[in-house]
Design a protein around this ligand. Structure first.
Ligand SMILES: NC(=O)c1ccc[n+]([C@@H]2O[C@H](COP(=O)([O-])OP(=O)(O)OC[C@H]3O[C@@H](n4cnc5c(N)ncnc54)[C@H](OP(=O)(O)O)[C@@H]3O)[C@@H](O)[C@H]2O)c1
Length: 303
């Protein structure tokens, strides 16, 4: 693949995917177009000689068409955790998770860009309890309906340097004496960002991944409380976790929704009602072996 449009490429996972493809054999000849809303937020990718970071509104079909022209593949990564409330999902989720993939499908088809890789989320389903997961399912459906050469990835929560999961707990532990935690028994099977990036990069070259959807998980399942205890201990600020009933968590989340960049929403609590774990245990395709969280987390959470 010579030219790849990476929509959402400035983010945590997108940056890892771009770096992974660029460092593979032939990667130096791959050109990445990376649209972003604010160029300053994607500065870290400008250092790659084959990456072109452009400030662009990917929701505008004409802009999207200009970005898509001449591309061999598109990687679709835009995702948000706070999309508001509403049925079947909040307006933010509708725009980022459903309308954007729909536009990507239409514009990719018109531009003759057949190969599309799309990152959704584990347990995305039309009847899921949260707007996040329902909108992710609707985004998948929009792309599936377009009959492209599509591969979908559904990761559980992703960890790694720069994550907003374990790193968040580690940061909060510096100021919080203990953690009153909603969804403390919720199950996760965290997967390393570099494993996800490598899987996406593999799939770009594998014809057998066309038409497939892959659930991506790490080697082990944890309760949220275990992960919080682990992250705070590794960061040097071990903290007790106190599970709180969902009704109180609900109130906590509702209050946090009033704070800009608050760490929790009611929709997040609904997402945690379904275990974010892979049905068949450890899950990475193409013979990849998932990396243990305990091998990686101390390298970026440690003191
Ligand atoms: N991280 C996880 O644990 C996890 C787990 C499961 C699934 N996923 C999915 O994986 C994908 C990548 O996640 P990530 O962790 O890399 O997210 P991230 O770091 O927050 O990056 C999100 C990217 O999407 C872009 N973006 C966000 N809102 C946008 C909007 N309204 N319009 C246009 N662009 C927007 C951002 O671009 P700019 O800010 O530069 O404009 C950024 O490049 C998402 O689809 C996410 O749902 C992530």
């Amino acid at each position: 693949m010579k030219n790849i449009l990476v929509i959402g490429g400035s983010g945590f996972l997108g940056s890892a995917i771009v770096r992974e493809i660029a460092r593979r054999p032939g990667g130096a000849e791959t050109f990445f177009t990376l649209p972003t809303r604010r160029e300053t937020g994607a500065k870290h990718l400008s250092v790659l000689p084959t990456a072109c970071v452009v400030e662009a509104d990917v929701h505008d079909p004409a802009t999207l068409a200009r970005l898509m022209a001449g591309q061999d593949a598109v990687i679709s990564l835009v995702g948000i955790l706070k999309g508001g409330e509403g049925e079947p999902y909040g307006a933010g989720f509708a725009r980022a998770h459903v309308e954007l993939p729909r536009k990507i499908a239409v514009v990719a088809k018109a531009a003759g860009v057949r190969r599309v890789l799309h990152v959704s989320a584990l347990r995305a389903a039309a009847d899921a309890p949260s707007g996040y997961l329902r909108s992710k399912a609707a985004g998948e459906a929009a792309l599936i309906d377009a009959s492209l050469e599509l591969t979908i990835f559904r990761p559980s929560v992703i960890f790694g340097r720069g994550d907003s999961f374990l790193s968040l707990f580690a940061r909060m532990a510096r100021v919080a004496p203990f953690f009153p935690l909603a969804g403390s028994t919720a199950r996760f099977q965290p997967v390393w960002v570099e494993d996800v990036a490598a899987t996406v990069a593999d799939s770009l070259l594998r014809a057998d991944s066309i038409g497939q959807a892959y659930d991506l998980c790490g080697p082990k399942q944890y309760a949220l409380a275990e992960l919080v205890r682990y992250a705070t201990a590794v960061s040097g600020h071990p903290r007790a976790v106190i599970g709180i009933p969902e009704a109180i968590g609900w109130l906590q989340a509702w209050t946090m929704e009033l704070i800009p960049n608050g760490p929790l929403t009611r929709d997040n609590i609904r997402s945690m009602r379904v275990p974010s774990v892979c049905e068949a245990g450890c899950g990475l395709p193409f013979g990849r072996v998932a990396t243990a969280l305990e091998l990686v987390a101390p390298t970026y959470l440690g003191r």
